[in-house]
Design a protein around this ligand. Structure first.
Ligand SMILES: *[C@@H]1O[C@H](CO)[C@@H](O)[C@H](O)[C@H]1NC(C)=O
Ligand SMILES: *[C@@H]1O[C@H](CO)[C@@H](O)[C@H](O)[C@H]1NC(C)=O
Ligand SMILES: *[C@@H]1O[C@H](CO)[C@@H](O)[C@H](O)[C@H]1NC(C)=O
Ligand SMILES: *[C@@H]1O[C@H](CO)[C@@H](O)[C@H](O)[C@H]1NC(C)=O
Ligand SMILES: *[C@@H]1O[C@H](CO)[C@@H](O)[C@H](O)[C@H]1NC(C)=O
Length: 344
């Protein structure tokens, strides 16, 4: 079964047709309710979770088909890739297939910021919030194991704030197949030990970032860095922060109790689907400069079950942040960038 669907510009024009031809077994989804973005974070979570958990897969019967090469070639297209920065929504553009990180597990979560941290950072780094986390592998095969996460914090009345992090994975033999073996970080420098596919991915990210519309102050620093300024610019209750203070790097450090045998051959999703409500999943730490030590600011807890389903694999969308980190340090941002944030 072709689970990815090969939906290009043709498909975007005739989405229904495409669903029928390419993805007969793929559910079609009603559009999100009118006024979805203006709902409270709690109500948006309830809408999304209804879709995520509907028709959840059974751990014994998980899909594994990979996208056909014709679909994967879209990854070399800057137009295709740039949508991850330009489409501001909790669902994919109609007809867009999810290519890398095609299979994962999504959990309802809460980011809890510790009351006794220095409270130096602003926005979501101070308020925390509720949302979902999707844990996935770059590709599902026996030759690689590249864990990644997408975290979506829902914001009252405004678009969600999202984080994307990867677990730096050495290509050591044998592979470490424990999903929770290492920290997930928002900056993953290119590593010559990465697979050819991962390195090619990084080159494409770099080209995509360079090709984004706008000035340099509206583009990520580079393709290996996920910006954290937007998440520092709004709190979960939807209030705009007047003087955002953002860290440069965020690290999600797994609870060691979730780890398992690195030689385990089972599908990683079977492990993740066993994580129960109320579990401490990650301690959350940040840095202002790469040379700083990490400062722990809080933790991420599950607030419901963890499920695999077609919706969270194919439709749930985590837009990437666009703005660069404030190179001038954690002072006032440059006014040109700040007005862009206000407009988001
Ligand atoms: C507060 O800080 C202390 C010492 O740094 C730490 O042991 C404790 O767990 C923290 N409490 C919370 C609620 O984060
Ligand atoms: C990985 O290997 C196991 C057993 O060695 C096999 O059952 C499974 O189908 C393989 N998975 C993939 C995606 O090739
Ligand atoms: C690459 O792999 C080699 C051998 O496993 C290791 O010694 C080296 O530290 C790795 N390099 C990086 C940058 O991770
Ligand atoms: C991207 O930016 C980060 C942080 O400034 C830096 O450490 C890294 O070397 C840069 N990577 C590239 C490929 O320029
Ligand atoms: C998940 O939990 C079920 C029920 O307790 C158990 O049978 C199964 O082995 C667990 N799966 C993994 C991968 O730990």
């Amino acid at each position: 079964m072709d689970r990815s669907g090969d939906c290009g510009a043709f498909c975007r024009r005739t989405a229904l047709f495409c669903l029928v031809i390419f993805s007969r077994t793929v559910l079609s989804y009603d559009p999100l309710p009118d006024g979805y973005q203006s709902l409270s974070a709690k109500d948006k979570l309830s809408v999304l979770w209804g879709r995520i958990s509907e028709q959840a897969y059974d751990a014994q019967n998980l899909p594994t088909a990979s996208a056909p090469p014709a679909s994967m070639s879209k990854l070399a297209s800057v137009d295709f890739m740039s949508q991850v920065f330009l489409h501001i929504a909790d669902e994919m553009p109609v007809g867009r297939p999810k290519l890398p990180h095609a299979y994962g597990v999504t959990c309802k979560i809460q980011l809890v910021i510790s009351p006794n941290t220095t409270r130096k950072y602003t926005g979501v780094f101070r308020s925390g919030g509720v949302g979902v986390i999707r844990l996935s592998l770059g590709a599902l095969n026996n030759q690689s194991f590249n864990p990644g996460l997408g975290l979506k914090i829902l914001i009252d009345g405004k678009p969600s704030e999202n984080f994307h992090c990867l677990s730096p994975n050495s290509q050591a033999e044998p592979l470490d197949r424990n999903f929770f073996a290492g920290p997930f970080r928002s900056i993953v420098p290119p590593n010559p030990n990465h697979s050819a596919a991962a390195l090619a991915g990084q080159r494409i990210s770099q080209k995509t970032v360079e090709a984004l519309p706008g000035t340099d102050s509206e583009k990520p620093d580079n393709g290996s860095v996920m910006g954290l300024f937007e998440q520092a610019s709004v709190t979960s209750d939807g209030k705009t922060v007047e003087k955002p203070i953002a860290p440069l790097l965020i690290s999600f450090n797994p609870n060691p109790a979730l780890g398992y045998d690195p030689r385990d051959q089972q599908d990683f999703r079977a492990h993740l689907m066993n994580i129960t409500e109320g579990t401490l999943m990650f301690k959350v730490a940040v840095k202002t400069y790469l040379s700083d030590g990490e400062v722990e600011i809080g933790a991420l807890y599950t607030r419901g079950p963890c499920v695999a389903s077609e919706y969270q694999d194919q439709k749930l969308f985590f837009q990437h942040t666009r703005l660069p980190w404030r190179k001038t340090g954690n002072d006032l941002p440059r006014s040109d960038s700040f007005s862009h944030v206000m407009a988001l």
